[in-house]
Design a protein around this ligand. Structure first.
Ligand SMILES: [Zn+2]
Length: 56
């Protein structure tokens, strides 16, 4: 999963009851729904571990 801004890798980042994807390059954070259409399988599998969390 790549950042739309700089192309660096996005990391799944858990914060309290929220999950974000955070760029390891420019530190931009994405809400899950912002990138839902572009999620790759690897990122989806990581997110599945957080299914108890509400995606806001
Ligand atoms: Zn970035």
């Amino acid at each position: 999963m790549k950042c739309q801004e700089c192309g660096e890798t996005l990391k799944v980042h858990r914060r309290c009851r929220q999950v974000r994807l955070k760029c390891s390059g420019c530190q931009k954070e994405y809400q899950i729904h912002e990138v839902a259409a572009d999620l790759d399988r690897e990122t989806e599998m990581e997110l599945e571990r957080f299914t108890c969390i509400i995606y806001d």
